[in-house]
Structures are given as structure tokens and as C-alpha cells.
Ligand binder design. Structure first.
Ligand SMILES: C[S@@+](CC[C@H](N)C(=O)[O-])C[C@H]1O[C@@H](n2cnc3c(N)ncnc32)[C@H](O)[C@@H]1O
Length: 269
């Protein structure tokens, strides 16, 4: 994509998130099964937030992870480029006013650097890198914004098992007289970065752009900017977890991780 295309895609993304903000906030509230079962337990392990730490919450949405971090005693700087989402976040409880919200575009390197030099103990980006048209400015800036040794934890829909080409399959076989049902996913593309429209939540007012990248793109961008990987979890729903629809993500797919969580550690920028 040219710089011009990236800027257009970024502007479209921002206007869609503004248009979908109220719907997203109503549906997401303080977190769904993905947040509660897959993301948050691993975030707690890998980010290991401590009272008094200064944590950057990147692309905070309606602020749900910022509130969870603040409730644990962290001082949180939370930003998103959707002014509408930040307005909704600001209306919610702010534990001991530990959260400072701002409207900031993660593709704007100078705005990121203005957040401070070696200011943050850690940074979190929950389920948003694949919503960003360009993640290079963020990966370049974070080593300068984070303290040396600071953690950058991000979660993703698993690029290999849960991308836009993913088809959920149920198959029935007669296994020597026993009827068995197996659930699987079929993936038809992975390695070539792709931007494509999709829905985060069924029924949302406007489809949004997704920016899919293979895992090597995330890791290599981290390595090029002096990060190393020192934590990694692939997250599955537990077997037997009840689900509304047998083919939606849930206990029927307990061997396939729809989400991954990475901890990059800054070696200093
Ligand atoms: C799937 S939501 C996740 C929100 C939040 N982190 C959560 O866990 O609920 C993705 C978020 O990325 C934000 N976003 C996308 N591109 C962005 C950018 N360039 N700068 C800042 N935020 C961005 C969207 O506005 C949206 O709030």
C-alpha cells in the first residue's frame, strides 16, 4: 500500500469506529467471553500490572481494559483515535481518577513520541493492531516511550486460525458404530498481508477494515525495533464451555486458539 492508500484506509477506519462507537460500547460493555476467558487472564500473567505503575493503553476503545488496570492500582494513559469512543469512555467510572484519556492516532509518530520519553512501565494493546492501517510508527515509537526493559503486551485474533478466510466446519462420522461430531476450521490464506472489510460484532452499523498480517510481520517489526519476545500464549476456550451456536467460537473448538497474546520486552530505543 502507498502512504496515500494507508492514510485513506486510516481515515475510513476512524470514521467507521466513530459511527459504530455507541453500538460497540453497548455490546462490549465491560467485556465479553473473548475478553473474560481468553484475553484478560493472559494479559494479567504477561503484563503483570502493579499498583503505581504507569501503563499505556493503546486503542482503548470504550476504556474497558483501562478501567481494569486502574482498578488494580495502575496509573493509565489511555488513547484511541475515535473521539466518539473516548467520549463514551470518559462517561464511565474512573477508579480514583487514575485514567487519563486522550484522542490520539497510533499511526501518528510525532503524537506518540509526545506521550513522553521513557515514561511508561508497560504498554497494552488489546485486540487492535489488526484494526490499524499502519503499525510501524507505533513499533518505532514504543521503545522510546517505554522504560528500558518495559513490556509491550498485545493480543490478536490468531492470524493463522482466526483470519477473514476462516470457515467453521462441523462434520459427522460413523466411527465403528459410534456417531461422532468433529469441529474444525478451514483456512485458505495467511501469508500475504490483506486489508478487507468485516464485522467485529454482528449487526454493527458499518463494516470496518481489517488489516491482516502474518505473525512474522509482527515479530520482525518488533525485532527491528529492539524488542525481544519473552512471553507468548495461544488462547482457547475450555472444552464444554456453553455456546449459543455450535459453530461459533467456544468449547467445540477447544483445540484451536482464536486469540494469541504476545509480550515484547523493550531493549531500549
Ligand atoms: C477491537 S477495538 C478494541 C478496543 C479495546 N482495546 C478493547 O479491548 O475493547 C479496536 C480499537 O482500535 C482503535 N483504532 C484503530 N486504529 C487506530 C489508530 N490508528 N489509532 C488509535 N486507535 C485506533 C479503534 O478506534 C477501536 O477502538
Amino acid at each position: 500500500m502507498t502512504i496515500d492508500d494507508l492514510q485513506k484506509a486510516n481515515e475510513e477506519t476512524r470514521s467507521v469506529w466513530d459511527a459504530n462507537a455507541a453500538f460497540w460500547d453497548e455490546k462490549m460493555g465491560e467485556g465479553n467471553d473473548f475478553v473474560n476467558t481468553l484475553q484478560w487472564p493472559a494479559i494479567l500473567r504477561l503484563l503483570d500490572p502493579k499498583p503505581g505503575q504507569h501503563i499505556l493503553d493503546i486503542a482503548t476503545g470504550n476504556g474497558l481494559t483501562a478501567r481494569r488496570l486502574a482498578a488494580l492500582g495502575a496509573q493509565v494513559a489511555a488513547f484511541d483515535f475515535s473521539g466518539e469512543l473516548i467520549k463514551l469512555a470518559q462517561k464511565k467510572p474512573n477508579p480514583e481518577t487514575r485514567i487519563a484519556y486522550s484522542v490520539l492516532d497510533a499511526t501518528d509518530e510525532s503524537a506518540l513520541l509526545a506521550l513522553g520519553s521513557r515514561t511508561f512501565d508497560a504498554a497494552l494493546c488489546n485486540m487492535a493492531l489488526f484494526d490499524m492501517a499502519n503499525i510501524e510508527p507505533l513499533f518505532r515509537s514504543l521503545p522510546k516511550i517505554l522504560k528500558v526493559g518495559g513490556a509491550f503486551v498485545f493480543t490478536l485474533t490468531h492470524p493463522a486460525f482466526n483470519n477473514a478466510s476462516c470457515v467453521h466446519v462441523a462434520e459427522e462420522i460413523d466411527d465403528q458404530g459410534e456417531i461422532k461430531l468433529t469441529y474444525s476450521v478451514k483456512i485458505s490464506r495467511y501469508i500475504t498481508p490483506l486489508h478487507t472489510h468485516g464485522l467485529a460484532i454482528r449487526g454493527q452499523p458499518k463494516a470496518q477494515l481489517y488489516f491482516e498480517r502474518p505473525l512474522q510481520d509482527y515479530f520482525n517489526l518488533g525485532f527491528q525495533n529492539g524488542f525481544f519476545v519473552d512471553g507468548f500464549e495461544e488462547r482457547c476456550f475450555p472444552p464444554g464451555m456453553p455456546q449459543k451456536n455450535p459453530l461459533s467460537w467456544g468449547g467445540n473448538f477447544s483445540e484451536i486458539p482464536p486469540v494469541l497474546v504476545v509480550r515484547l520486552r523493550s531493549g531500549g530505543g
